[in-house]
Design a protein around this ligand. Structure first.
Ligand code: SAM
Length: 265
């Protein structure tokens, strides 16, 4: 997969050299390129922003500079048009909230281009223009809060996507039971050595070696934790995917099957 990040603070993206993403870069699993937006400016001051039409506080990033940058990173080397399978991602607090489903879908893309906004954001015509030119454009938020720029949001999304690329995570089994996976639950609590720490013991069942009991214990804890922390996820569960034991536990936790899924009793 090729990933391009365009920013006025390319050094912000230095973290992409570290950890699993950095290793994937070294091993050639990820062709990751970071660009300085100012390289596409044409004036002496390397200007990327201007005052907002209609007035108001702050500055807006110019579409012409962004257009030159995105055209170049999306273009094929011989100028034969836009690379097929390319996605343009515009991080913005006014976007759809980025979830594991987005990460899964983006993990099979051929190219991801991240356009990191600053100030009041990027002129809205940029997303509109590339959408009408046939590029898949995603305006995505990483949560309901406002950051100063799109760099941290891009780092978050790149890491979430990159770890799903085959070969990235050493043991792919570790991706199967994770929070926000196919089961639609948060992960159960996890423990390691020592078995006793700070006067806290690990649950005995985990030492039993009884795989079926361990699996049941973990599923119960995942259901309990999800009900307590993310009732929205319990309400979204497919009732057909739950066994009798699940339904009994959820009943004790105050959830019963309704006409369109689980509802509070
Ligand atoms: N005026 C914008 C608004 O109210 O929607 C906020 C602009 S913010 C100060 C500057 C840049 O930070 C945005 O263009 C975007 O790239 C990034 N950003 C801020 N919060 C974000 C979030 N929650 N998710 C994704 N990107 C975010």
């Amino acid at each position: 997969m090729r990933v391009d990040v365009v920013s006025i603070f390319p050094d912000y993206l230095a973290a992409l050299d570290l950890s699993l993403v950095g290793k994937a870069r070294q091993r050639g699993l990820l062709d990751l390129r970071v660009h300085d937006l100012r390289d596409w400016t044409t004036d002496r001051h390397r200007t990327v922003d201007d005052t907002p039409f209609g007035g108001g506080a702050g500055m807006v990033m110019r579409p012409d500079v962004w257009g030159l940058a995105i055209d170049e990173v999306l273009g094929l080397p011989d100028g034969a048009g836009v690379r097929p399978g390319a996605h343009l991602i515009v991080p913005t607090p006014s976007g759809e909230v980025f979830t594991q489903r987005h990460a899964e879908n983006l993990a099979s893309a051929e190219q991801l281009v991240f356009a990191c906004g600053r100030y009041e954001g990027i002129d809205a015509r940029v997303a509109e223009h590339y959408r009408s030119a046939g590029v898949t454009v995603h305006e995505l938020s990483i949560g309901d809060y406002v950051l100063n720029g799109g760099e941290v949001a891009s780092l978050v999304m790149i890491e979430a996507v990159a770890r799903l690329i085959p070969g990235m995570v050493g043991n792919p089994d570790s991706l199967v039971e994770e929070s926000h996976g196919a089961a639609g639950l948060l992960e159960y609590p996890v423990y390691t050595k020592p078995p006793s720490w700070a006067e806290l013991e690990i649950p005995e069942v985990l030492l039993s070696g009884h795989h079926a009991k361990i699996e049941r214990w973990r599923r119960d804890r995942a259901l309990e934790r999800t009900a307590q922390r993310r009732p929205d996820m319990i309400a979204a569960l497919d009732v057909a995917s739950l066994d009798k034991h699940d339904l009994a536990l959820l009943g004790e936790l105050g959830w019963v099957p309704g006409p369109e899924g689980l509802v509070r009793a």
